[in-house]
Every structure is written in C-alpha cells, then in structure tokens.
Write a protein that binds this ligand. Structure first.
Ligand code: ADP
Ligand code: NI
Length: 191
C-alpha cells in the first residue's frame, strides 16, 4: 500500500461527510488523521500507512451517521484502491477496536489501534473539544448546563484513558485548558 492511497482517502472521506456538520464532520476525521500521524512518528516499528488509513476511515461507518454493516463504506474505498482483503480486514479490525460502542470501552490490543484511539479522543478535549461539545449541544437543543454535564460525565475523564505517552502529554495540556474554561464559565454565569 503506498502513500497515494492516503490522498485518495482524504478525497473519499471529504465527499462522504459532505453535508454533515455535527461533531463527526470531515474536519474531525482530518484532525484525527493528523493527530495519529504525529503520534505514530514516535513509533518506528508501527505501520504508519495502516494507522493513517484507519484514522481517515475511522468514522466512515459510524452507526450514528451511516446505516452500513461490516464497515461497508471503509471496504468500498479499499476495494476501489485494490487493497487486498487481508489488509482491509486489518484496517477494519483497527477501526472497530477504536470505537467505544463496539468494544465496550476496552483499550485496543494493537499498537495501531491504541494510536488511532488516542488520536480520536484527543479531538474530544481541549479547545477543539469545547467547540465540538457546544456545537453538539446547540444542534441537539441542549442547555448550557446539560453540555457542561457532558464534560463531567465524559470529557474530563478522557485524559486518564490515553494509551500512549505522547497523547498523555497533549491530553494533560488540553485537560487543564478545559478545567480553566469551566471555572471561568462558572464564574461568569453564577450570580
Ligand atoms: P465518539 O463517537 O467519538 O465517541 P460522540 O458521538 O460521543 O463521539 O461525540 C461526538 C462529539 O459530540 C464529541 O466532541 C462529544 O464531546 C460531543 N458530544 C457527544 N455527546 C454530547 C453531549 N451529550 N453533550 C455535548 N457534547 C456531546
Ligand atoms: Ni471520531
């Protein structure tokens, strides 16, 4: 598999997510891809093209957005690139190990899965995580309080769920920013 596949994957997911403007849009996927590539750069033994492709396709069959079975959207792209069945199965294995709902919250076993999971979780915290949470809250008619509750139920727990040292470091900074944001928000909204 060569790196030109990644350019085609960027085009594919950009088209796939066109018109979707919630927290799972094409920009989220591209950020997860960049996060994953940055973390993977520290692991000479892992398969970077596999990691990048899995990151780019990680939400292509998210059940909240697409009514597909057996990673059909991801597989359709890989077939179009003549990626062999064994490699496609491995990519789908990585993607499915990352999803919280599919693996009931357990950490992926493969180093590739661990990296893509960290990359996905990093995008839910920090300034970008705050922006996504309020975008979601606004779209779903949630009050400020109910979106703040999501920070306590989920987003503030993500720092301690990172697999790799690199992600732990980035998560620490992003977590601290969220804590400062929440303190400031409380200060400004308490009378
Ligand atoms: P994932 O599929 O990656 O676990 P989700 O579908 O749970 O992500 O969420 C996508 C984005 O929407 C995330 O940034 C998340 O924080 C935000 N989000 C999900 N549920 C809520 C909620 N109840 N309130 C505010 N934001 C939410
Ligand atoms: Ni995601």
């Amino acid at each position: 598999m060569n790196e030109a596949v990644l350019d085609s994957a960027i085009e594919y997911v950009t088209a796939l997510f066109s018109g979707i403007s919630d927290g799972h849009d094409a920009e989220h996927t591209l950020r997860v891809y960049r996060n994953a590539a940055a973390i993977a750069a520290n692991y000479p033994d892992c398969d970077k093209t596999m990691i990048c492709l899995a990151a780019l396709l990680h939400d292509a069959d998210d059940h909240k957005l697409f009514d597909t079975a057996d990673n059909a959207n991801a597989r359709r792209f890989m077939e179009s690139q003549s990626i062999d069945r064994e490699t496609a199965d491995r990519i789908c294995g990585i993607i499915n190990s990352v999803s919280f709902s599919r693996n009931k919250g357990s950490a992926p076993e493969s180093p590739e899965g661990k990296i893509v999971q960290d990359a996905d979780r990093l995008d839910a915290i920090g300034a970008v995580g705050i922006a996504r949470a309020f975008a979601y809250g606004g779209k779903n008619g949630r009050t400020l309080e109910s979106t703040v509750a999501h920070f306590h139920e989920k987003l503030l727990l993500l720092r301690d769920s990172m697999n790799t040292e690199e992600a732990k470091l980035i998560a620490k900074k992003r977590h601290e920013f969220m804590v400062r944001f929440l303190a400031e928000l409380e200060d400004e909204t308490t009378f």
